[in-house]
Design a protein around this ligand. Structure first.
Ligand code: PA5
Length: 443
């Protein structure tokens, strides 16, 4: 049985039986494109068998590097953006204790930079690192992305000023292309420890490569269990015995064709906030092209029931929801009985907090379905490294299938270049003279 249970009963009534049946051949063809490599972007299918092809020796090597960084550093800054940031952030947030970052002496902390160009963010990070033993993992597949390059230049200078170039170099690890890019050249010149991002794995599919695994290991989490969870999912999915990814891909496309243009990924566990951010990037960059694609949004419930809940319940009916549900909470906490009962809560005294949360989840699903919002549920048994690995592979596989059903190349992101071109033109980057003239004429 699949570790991931996809419950589509809340979506059925919004899709005609014909609509779904008509999609099945497209789903089959999409799956075959992924497995035989005959689809668009087929030079980026390295992620399909990545979990099973990842050796335990590589994982041990990553763990050894992580242990060395943990020994040398109180803080490690993971520098990267997009696929070189979100996977690690999502997994670390999902597995960390909610208040771990406020606790002293709980091991090396992983912070992030290069995912924005916030001057205040970087200056405040510099202040924070001033009296800390810190290291850097700089991650960029292309090795040329502006945001991480700026952050790395600033933090590398700080580290070298603190320790000298040689000692700083021992605390810097680069994850980048095997041969190309400015970061590869710099890493080779400075003799940094490096890990390679294979050519055939795109950024947003790279969380299970050293891109995600090294920061996750530094944060102290079990990368063997994470990859093992993905391996299990890969095995079932590719053998066709686990059809959960296919089901999800088919239903979301059927809903899209019935006019539901926005998908909201919903969680009822605050630790999954950044998992929603990772998912948004995976689906947004993979599907939003050729003037097509479901717009991926995310909410954290029950928090957002008191903000976005109104819109979801009664706004324009162009949305559907996918709830990522964690079957069992890790901890047990019961609501106490109170003699005075002034808050009127004694009717739930003795119940676990998670039971109340689950009733909020169920009540909301029913209310939204009644209000015209189709609802799917993706259930994992518990939140741990192993289930997260399975969930990551599930969403990656479904994304590949879904993108091919939609008829796009799920593995490129040509639209991302537009802002870069304008930014370089405005900053008068050498080589952009014509663009600079053209954009200035518009101002
Ligand atoms: O999914 C993608 O390919 C992108 O989001 C990239 O991960 C992102 O642009 C960062 O690129 P790079 O790792 O080359 O710096």
């Amino acid at each position: 049985m699949s570790k991931i249970q996809v419950n589509v009963t809340g979506a059925e009534s919004f899709i005609s039986a014909n609509g779904l049946e008509a999609l099945r051949p497209d789903g089959k063809a999409a799956f075959e494109k992924l497995t035989d490599g005959t689809g668009l972007g087929n030079d980026f299918l390295g992620w399909v068998k990545l979990p099973s092809e990842t050796s335990n020796e590589l994982l041990d090597d990553i763990n050894a590097t992580a242990a060395r960084l943990r020994e040398l550093c109180d803080v490690v800054v993971a520098i990267g953006i997009g696929g070189s940031y979100l996977g690690a952030k999502a997994v670390i947030e999902a597995l960390s204790g909610a208040f771990d970052s406020y606790k002293p002496n709980t091991g090396t902390k992983v912070l992030f930079a290069g995912q924005n160009i916030g001057e205040d963010y970087l200056a405040e990070l510099q202040d924070f690192l001033k009296d800390k033993k810190f290291g850097i993992i700089v991650i960029s597949k292309s090795g040329t992305t502006t945001e991480p390059a700026i952050a790395f230049r600033i933090l590398r200078e700080q580290l070298e000023n603190q320790l000298g170039r040689e000692e700083a170099g021992k605390r810097i690890v680069a994850v980048t292309d095997a041969k190309r890019g400015a970061l590869r050249t710099l890493a080779n010149t400075e003799g940094y420890k490096t890990y390679v991002i294979e050519d055939n794995v795109g950024g947003r599919f790279s969380v299970l490569t050293p891109v995600g695994l090294l920061p996750i290991a530094v944060a102290g989490f079990d990368i063997h269990a994470l990859v093992e969870g993905a391996r299990e999912m890969e095995k079932g999915t590719l053998a066709g015995t686990d059809t959960s990814a296919m089901t999800y891909a088919l239903y979301r496309n059927a809903l899209y064709r019935s006019g539901k243009k926005i998908e909201i990924l919903v969680n009822y566990n605050p630790k999954l906030h950044f998992f929603g951010e990772w998912w948004k990037q995976l689906y947004g960059e993979s599907e939003g092209k050729d003037n097509k694609g479901i717009f991926p949004a995310a909410v954290d419930n029950t928090t957002d029931l008191h903000s976005m809940g109104q819109w979801i319940q009664e706004g324009e009916r162009i949305i559907f929801e996918t709830v990522v549900s964690v079957a069992t909470a890790d901890r047990e906490l019961r609501i106490p009985f109170d003699e005075s009962n002034l808050d009127g809560l004694n009717y739930i005294a003795g119940k676990r907090v998670d039971e109340v949360n689950k009733m909020a989840e169920l009540g909301t699903r029913i209310a939204h379905i009644d209000g015209g919002v189709p609802n799917m549920q993706v259930v994992i048994p518990a939140l741990n490294a192993n289930t997260l690995g399975s969930l990551i592979y599930f969403f990656e596989a479904a994304c590949g299938i879904s993108g091919y059903i939609l008829g796009v190349n799920p593995f490129n992101q040509p639209g991302v270049e537009a802002y870069k071109k304008n930014m370089f033109a405005l900053l008068e980057k050498p080589g952009y003279e014509a663009e600079t003239a053209a954009i200035k004429a518009k101002l």
